[in-house]
Design a protein around this ligand. Structure first.
Ligand SMILES: Cc1ncc(COP(=O)(O)O)c(C=O)c1O
Length: 424
């Protein structure tokens, strides 16, 4: 048994391991701490404090996912029946879901053709008297330009929730993404820059919002505060049968303690993990130098990307007559290990086409619900055009040799098809 554990520990701690920092040590400490009769463990609070410190903000509230975080933020922002939330058409379905779960309407904005993020010049036309929140996403790790969004929020008295699930340590105008809006959400799902298996974090400097977020994620306990996980009451108070615990309709979105243990160790090496993805992105960038039919995501001026993926717009069909699928196939034949396309636009997902939530998540007095959402494609011509062209290359390699292989496969594939250029 002992030898087995020893061998496992060595495997976990190998230089290419996913959890080769202090994860194992902290997990063992955590398991040992459970031997204590005192069941108030400090791990989630430690992770929250460390995360808040890393981002230089007052409050961090751990969650069980980067979707539940967004939901808690909307609750804290006071978003309710018939309210509108403005966000990108090109993001995952979590955006629509958390709006609908608050009985609110997701209002989509077209994409910028170069950054692939929400087009900041098309936001204002979507603002109505029902708008409560703007929720930009820093897609693929690259910041949405926040200055204009913050100015609009100021002008129309809206709150801004940044979705930073893919943008750990990315910067916009010198500021970390997540520290610019009123609240920000992070995901620690397994493929993110750092992971707790599943998990998420909300950060904010606003005490009232932090309190509401924590209550939403923690069964609405009356005693929860912006900072405090549970209660500072004396046992004779909360053990009393007359003690009333809950004053808010809420969910249990709490992060499991064991996940916070992993998060704490992962956070210690966040910088190097982000840096490695940036280095890998630079390798892909080098392979594309001088190629006019594969166009990398534009990084806005005064911004840095966290390169969650290295994302490009593929113009090979238009310029060379080679389809996305043909390129994908050849890339794999040349030793590549696949790449993702752009996420299907939200309104094309089956759930949004069939809308099974009508009648349950629908305020009866709001026309956008009773008539159905207006999802006519003319509203987002850019997103419709570029979504099928996107290619997302993996940057999360821990083994640089594998990253190098992927880059070589890309170069080879480009060369193969460049040869055919004169033929069309
Ligand atoms: C930008 C973005 N927002 C939100 C989420 C949802 O996070 P989770 O999977 O942790 O719920 C994800 C991804 O998973 C994401 O990439």
């Amino acid at each position: 048994m002992d030898r087995e554990i020893q061998e496992l520990a060595e495997k976990i701690n190998n230089p290419l391991g996913k959890f080769n920092n202090n994860e194992l040590k902290y997990v063992l400490e955590y398991l040992d701490s459970e031997n204590s009769e005192n069941d108030s463990n400090p791990w989630t609070a430690r992770f929250e404090d460390a995360f808040a410190e890393k981002y230089g903000v007052k409050y961090a509230i751990a969650h069980n996912s980067g979707t539940s975080t967004l939901h808690s933020c909307l609750h804290a922002a006071g978003v309710g029946a018939g309210d509108e939330v403005i966000g990108p058409i090109q993001t995952g379905i979590w955006f629509a879901f958390v709006c609908l779960q608050q009985n609110a309407v997701p209002v989509y904005v077209d994409s910028d053709p170069d950054t692939f993020n929400m087009d900041i010049n098309k936001i204002e036309e979507k603002i109505t008297e029902r708008t409560k929140v703007i929720m930009p996403n820093h897609l693929h790790g690259t910041p949405t330009e926040m200055a204009k969004i913050m100015a609009l929020a100021d002008k129309y008295n809206l709150l801004v929730i940044e979705d930073c699930a893919q943008s750990f340590l990315a910067k916009c105008d010198g500021k970390l993404t997540g520290t610019i809006g009123d609240m920000a959400s992070f995901s620690f799902e397994t493929k993110k820059h750092i992971t707790t298996g599943q998990g998420g974090m909300v950060i904010t400097n606003d005490e009232k919002l932090a309190t509401e977020v924590r209550k939403h994620a923690g069964l609405g306990y009356t005693t929860l505060t912006a900072k405090q996980g549970m209660t500072s009451l004396m046992p004779h108070q909360f053990q009393n049968p007359n003690f009333k615990r809950h004053d808010t309709l809420a969910y249990n979105y709490r992060m499991p303690e064991i996940c916070a243990v992993l998060g704490l160790a992962q956070l210690e090496v966040l910088d190097s993990k982000v840096q490695r993805r940036i280095e890998i992105a630079k390798m892909f960038e080098e392979a594309l130098r001088g190629i006019d039919w594969i166009v990398p995501q534009k990084i806005p001026a005064n911004s840095t990307s966290a390169y969650w993926t290295y994302t490009v717009k593929y113009l090979g069909e238009e310029k060379l007559g080679v389809t996305w699928e043909q390129f994908y196939k050849r890339y794999n034949e040349n030793g590549g290990d696949g790449f993702f396309g752009g996420l299907a636009l939200q309104h094309k997902e089956t759930v949004m086409e069939k809308k099974p939530f009508f009648g349950t998540y629908t305020p009866s007095d709001y026309p956008a619900f009773t008539k159905g959402f207006d999802y006519s494609e003319e509203q987002w011509p850019v997103a419709e055009k570029i979504q099928p062209l996107l290619m997302q290359f993996k940057t999360g390699y821990r083994d640089m040799k594998k990253a190098q292989n992927a880059v070589v496969a890309l170069s080879k594939t480009i060369k193969d098809f460049e040869k055919t250029r004169g033929d069309i």
